[in-house]
Design a protein around this ligand. Structure first.
Ligand code: TZP
Ligand code: MG
Length: 245
């Protein structure tokens, strides 16, 4: 942190002080929180846009206090994903909200996203064993992995994932074929996972409390936010309950 009190500085240092202070503010607003400090992970999922412009939804998520936004576009072409991610990034990054791109590590790297998210099959099924094999190099791109079982969590940690998702906790229309992992897996994660982890799947304002009671500190929410009449307000309600812990 720079000197807080410019009045105590001799005159010749005042201009550099102001310039550095300005730079500090610019950097801080452009940089997302540490993952460990991210509590609410929201989505721009094309399945729930219903004609709304993605940048408008992203703006509402940011205003409501989302710490991370994932761009998820199942069935879209790579070019559509690129366009969508670029639009959301232009809103999220200046707001200090991290952008996670689902499924497309090369596009995530190309656009300067903060993170990429992959499923177990996308990563281990492609023959990868360690995150550094993705060749992110000095780009600073980080990786999150979905997990559905303690063994998958353990191998994801060993691979060097930056965070893992634990779910789906409950049945969910967003991933209708996935078998719920139940709160049992949340309790296991709370006792055993040593990197940031997010509970996901079927979480809404009515069951959030029991997910937090089971030990989750970080929550992913897709449909309960994107289907809410007021996206910002829904985010605020999730954030308030999560941060009350
Ligand atoms: N991975 C596990 S469950 C899930 C994903 C992407 C969907 C979560 O969506 P929702 O609408 O919050 O249940
Ligand atoms: Mg995937």
């Amino acid at each position: 942190m720079l000197a807080r009190n410019a009045q105590t500085l001799p005159g010749q240092y005042f201009r550099p002080f102001v310039a550095l202070r300005w730079l500090e503010v610019q950097v801080r607003t452009l940089v997302m929180k540490a993952l460990s400090q991210c509590r609410l992970y929201a989505f721009v999922d094309t399945a729930y846009l219903r004609g709304r412009p993605p940048e408008q939804v992203a703006k509402h998520l940011c205003e409501g206090g989302a710490d991370l936004i994932q761009v998820r576009a199942k069935g879209a072409t790579a070019e559509e994903v690129r366009r969508l991610a670029r639009a959301v990034l232009a809103v999220a990054q200046p707001a200090g909200v991290g952008l996670v791109l689902n499924d497309y590590p090369a596009i995530a790297q190309e656009l300067g996203a903060d993170l990429c998210h992959l499923g177990q099959e996308d990563f281990f099924g492609a023959g990868l064993a360690r995150v550094d094999q993705l060749g992110f190099g000095s780009s600073g791109l980080r990786l999150g992995l979905s997990t559905h079982h303690p063994e998958q969590a353990q191998r994801s940690l060993a691979a060097g994932a930056d965070y893992i998702a634990i779910g789906p906790i409950y049945p969910t229309g967003t991933k209708p074929t996935a078998k719920p992992v139940t709160l049992e897996y949340v309790r296991w994660a709370a006792a055993n996972v040593t990197i940031p982890w997010f509970a996901i799947g079927g979480i809404n304002l009515a069951n959030l409390r029991e997910v937090l009671d089971a030990g989750a500190r970080r929550i992913c929410v897709v449909s309960a936010i994107l289907n809410a009449p007021d996206v910002s307000d829904a985010c605020r309600q999730f954030k308030a309950q999560i941060e009350a812990r």
